[in-house]
Structures are given as C-alpha cells and as structure tokens.
Ligand binder design. Structure first.
Ligand code: GLC
Length: 552
C-alpha cells in the first residue's frame, strides 16, 4: 500500500463524459491528458478512471469484452501510455477500474463457453439447469436462458453481464494475470467493481428477498482477495479500493485491515441510502439527516477502532449529484456545496471526488425519458409504469434518482458544448453550463473549486486529518452536524449546518482542551466573531483547528 495513502485525495473520472480531445460525442483518454494541468493544480494524487476497455457499452464499459484492449472510442494503448507518463510527471497516479464479478457476454471466454458444456471456458461462468429466485440489480430475474445448451447463466446485473465463477482456480489465475499486465504497465492502483459479490453460496439458496444474502460478502471472498493480494499486489505500491455492495462494517474492517493483506480501503453505500424510503431506491423521499450522521459516525468510529480504512465520498457515476441531494441546488448552491465538501473532507479516510463535484454540478433536471441513456434507469422507468405510475410520476422519480444525473458532460467553459467537445455530446449537457463551469470557478477565488483545493491542501498539512479519532457532538440535532477529530497533538472541530433557517449553536464545556488555542482554517462565510457560540447562516460551515500553546 502506498505511503501517501492517508494524505491522498482521489479524483474520479468518467472518461465518456470528461473531455473529448477528438471533438466527438464521447470523451477520450487524450481528453484526460489535456486536463492534467488542471487536476495537478487542484492537488489530487490519483485519478480513478472508470472502464475504457473494449465493451459493447450496454452498461457504459462495466460490460468488458476484452480486458487487454482499449475501446477505440477512447483511444489507443499509446494514448493510455501517454496518459500514464504525463500523469506521473505531475505526481499523479492512475487507477484502473477492474470489473471481474462479470464480463460482457461478448467476451471471448463467454463465446467459448457457449460452444458446449465441456468447453474449457464453460466453467468460467455460473450455469444451472433451473434458475432460483435471485433478482438482477437492474431488474428482473438474475438468470438468463441459453437455448443451445438448455441451461441458465447467472447475471447479477444486465443480461449481457454474465457472472464469473470464482470457484474455478483457472478463472482466478486468468484474472490475476490480467491485473499483473496492467500493474506492470505502471498503473498506481485499482478500483475493484462490486468485488464483494464474487463468492456465491455454492448451494444457491433462496429466501424471500432478492437473494443478496447468498452472494454478498460471500463465503470465500476474503480468501479470494488474499490470493489476489499475493498474486498481484504483493511487492508493488498499489492503492486498492473495493466497491462493496450492501456490506457490513465487520467485513469492511477485514477487507481493509493492513495485516489481513486484502485491500487498502473500501467504499460502502449505507450513507447514500438515507433517501431510499423503506430501502426502495426508486421512490421519492426526503433524506433522513439524523440517519446520515448516525451511519457516518458508526463507520468513522468502527473503522478507527477496528483498524480498517474508509474511502470517503458523496458522489460517483452511480449517484445523483450531492448538492441536489443533501444540499440546496438553488439559492444556496455555492454555500451548501462548500459545506458538504468540508463535512466529508474532515472525516477519517481517503476522500474521493467525482468530476464536476468540485464546481458544484447539480442534477440536470431531465424532462423526458428519451434524454436518458442508463440501462438501469430505462428499466426502472418501465417498471414504474408497470407498477401503475403515470409518465409524469415515473419521470419525477427518474429525475431524482437516475445514475445519468452524474453522467452529463463535464462543464469546462461557457462555449456551446461547455468545452467538452465541439459536437453534440452522447448525453445532454445540464442547462446551467453557461455559468457553472471550470473557467468561471477558476476565475473566482471564492468559488467551490477553490474551497476544494484548500481542503485537499489541508489534508497534506495536518496529520490529525489522517490520524485523529472522531466524536459527534450533535447526533440527534435536526440540522447540525458538529464533530471533532482529535489526536494527542491537535484537534479539529467541524460545524456543518444542513439548512437555510437561522440556527445558533454553543459548544459544550470541556470540548476544547485546557490551554489550547484555536485557528479558523476554513469557512464558507467571513469569519464569525471570536467565541464558542455561533449564529449560523444558511448552510454554514466552519472548520477550526486547536493546538497546545508551546511554552516559550
Ligand atoms: C458498479 C458500477 C456500476 C455498474 C455495476 C456493474 O456498481 O459502479 O456503474 O453498473 O457495478 O458492473
């Protein structure tokens, strides 16, 4: 694991929507090279690029048909090598997205597997004579019938994403060999797609749920990751982060504890389900703020105590924009985006920021289903109609929940296609690109972008951000999240007001160690009067640092 991991910040790039060097409808790798100076200026240490391998793009590259080749839509291997070298020259490492829970059904392994039950590659996938009741995460049964052989194959995602059979040692060797190929090229890390789903219950048991209990954090997953560590990570300085679907704190401690030699850190999604009424994603709902604090607090304390390490994030390519979700995308867009940034970056873990988050990009307010591209959203829309909603009601849900909310093209400037391309992009641009864009944010020293840059720099300056323990002072408060981070030598106090109404707050006695002095490191309003009581303004955010007065 790299030495800088605890001070590092990772920037996530969705290449299809980032920047088109060739001025086409989709972004490309040279488009990323074009923007490296900007990313270096921002101060990020790693770029995680979502998949750009050959793919039929049924799930935007998460359906890989060749792990060793770059999809020509994104460029060539020479472009990738240039990106690696140019990023390295700026002190930035490139992280690849490894999608090995499944391949595309167009992958050569699957094509071979279709040739018959005794083909060598048949057992690279999961076949059964009869399906069970497991459901695909994109809707419908998780089993598809293959008429030639009369068997069903498992696909936890789209029907064109066939699950790999990790029980097969030869499959595992093929995966590790592929990962070594990229590691040998000089990538700095891997993000492992839905990696806690790779070990399925061998009995394929059922219950009355969608089946997730039988393949989530499954029986052999830790063993497989330890083998991956031995075969791929050992002896290399790689940052590895696992995307963990519906996981538990205990498992994430195990996945990320350095002594267990599995991964460097984990993503989990519990804090992003606080706006799923009764656990249902495709329903409108307000978010549960007290629940959000409780979940984040439990993970902060649990991972700290257990010796695990969190990947911190509000946004990614599967989530709506955070300023629309937990902030105010209207009048207080700038203030609330800064508040959200500080609230997250003050925590223990490695922060990830997703393209556009640093300029407070918001959900684009999709109006018509024809504007959307995402397979999950298109399926969900049909299911909402089938459940009795009319088109307007179904569209209201899609507008709030769709993954396409975060996939609209990156907004670079106020030109016709926002500097993303000179052609109509594959997914429509948000209407606000004329004023919400990187050029405008760079020019304004008070922008959300400059605020993020300061946060990234603070992480490198103050060790307490990496080491300090966490304590929440306002667990039940309906709009305030106040927490401390404390080490022997320093303490941080982060005050975040999730709301626009006037709010006062007084710090309880005894929080500040006797004789320590304070400095205000960052705020989204001019510094308040000195003292430990505040009249908070809409979406107010304050970050203080305390330290012992050194005897002269
Ligand atoms: C992960 C990816 C998502 C993809 C899914 C299946 O959740 O982030 O975009 O659809 O895995 O690969």
């Amino acid at each position: 694991m790299p030495e800088n991991m605890k001070q590092a910040v990772v920037y996530q790039i969705y290449p299809k929507s980032f920047s088109s060097h060739r001025q086409q409808a989709t972004g490309d790798l040279l488009g990323v090279v074009d923007r490296l100076d900007y990313l270096a200026w921002l101060g990020v240490d790693y770029l995680w690029l979502t998949p750009f391998y050959c793919s039929p793009q049924k799930d935007n590259g998460y359906d890989v048909s060749d792990y060793y080749r770059i999809d020509p839509a994104y460029g060539s291997m020479a472009d990738f090598e240039l990106l690696l070298a140019e990023a390295r020259r700026r002190g930035i490492g490139i992280m690849l997205d490894i999608v090995v829970n499944h391949t595309s059904t167009e992958h050569a392994w699957f094509r071979q597997a279709l040739k018959g039950r005794d083909n060598f590659y048949r057992d690279f996938y999961i076949w059964r004579d009869q399906p069970n009741n497991w459901q695909s995460k994109f809707g419908g049964s998780a089993w598809a019938f293959e008429p030639e052989s009369g068997q069903y194959y498992l696909h936890l995602f789209d029907q064109t994403q066939a699950d790999l059979n990790w029980e097969n040692p030869q499959l595992r060797q093929a995966v590790f060999e592929m990962m070594r190929f990229w590691a040998d090229k000089g990538v700095a890390g891997f993000r492992l797609d839905v990696i806690n789903l790779i070990s399925k219950d061998p009995a394929f048991s059922e219950d009355d749920s969608d089946g997730r209990h039988f393949y989530t954090d499954g029986p052999r997953v830790h063993e497989y990751l330890q083998q991956m560590h031995r075969e791929v990570f050992a002896g290399r300085e790689l940052l590895t982060v696992g995307e963990m679907s519906s996981t538990s704190l205990a498992h994430c401690i195990d996945y990320s504890h350095p002594e267990r030699r599995e991964l460097s850190m984990t993503f989990n999604f519990h804090h992003l389900k606080v706006d799923y009424p009764q656990g249902q994603k495709w329903q409108l709902g307000r978010f549960d703020f007290v629940g959000l604090k409780r979940i984040l607090s439990d993970w902060q304390q649990g991972m700290h105590a257990g010796g695990g390490w969190n990947a911190l994030f509000w946004c990614n390519h599967d989530q709506p924009r955070v300023v629309s979700r937990f902030g105010d995308e209207g009048q207080y867009r700038q203030a609330s985006a800064k508040m959200l940034a500080t609230a997250l970056h003050g925590l223990q873990g490695t922060p990830y920021l997703y393209q556009g988050e640093e300029i407070a990009m918001a959900n684009p307010a999709f109006q018509h289903i024809e504007e959307l591209r995402d397979v999950e959203s298109l399926n969900a829309y049909q299911q909402l109609l089938a459940s009795g909603l009319d088109r307007t009601q179904a569209m209201a849900v899609i507008r709030q929940k769709s993954r396409d909310n975060s996939r609209t093209p990156m907004q670079w400037d106020n030109s016709r296609f926002a500097g993303f391309s000179q052609t109509q992009p594959w997914l429509r641009l948000a209407d606000d690109a004329g004023h919400i864009n990187v050029a405008a944010a760079l020019a304004d020293p008070d922008s959300v972008l400059h605020h993020y840059r300061r946060l990234i720099a603070l992480r490198k300056q103050y060790p307490v951000l990496a080491d300090g323990d966490y304590r929440c002072l306002t667990p039940e408060h309906p709009s305030l999240w106040v927490y401390t981070r404390r080490s022997a030598a320093e303490m941080l106090l982060v005050i975040s007001h999730f709301g626009a109404e006037a709010q006062s707050y007084r710090l309880p006695e005894g929080v500040i160690p006797e004789g320590w002095q304070a400095e205000l490191l960052l705020s989204n309003y001019p510094a308040p009067p000195a003292g430990w009581q505040w009249q908070l303004r809409p979406w107010h955010s304050l970050l203080y640092r305390f330290y012992p007065v050194t005897p002269s």
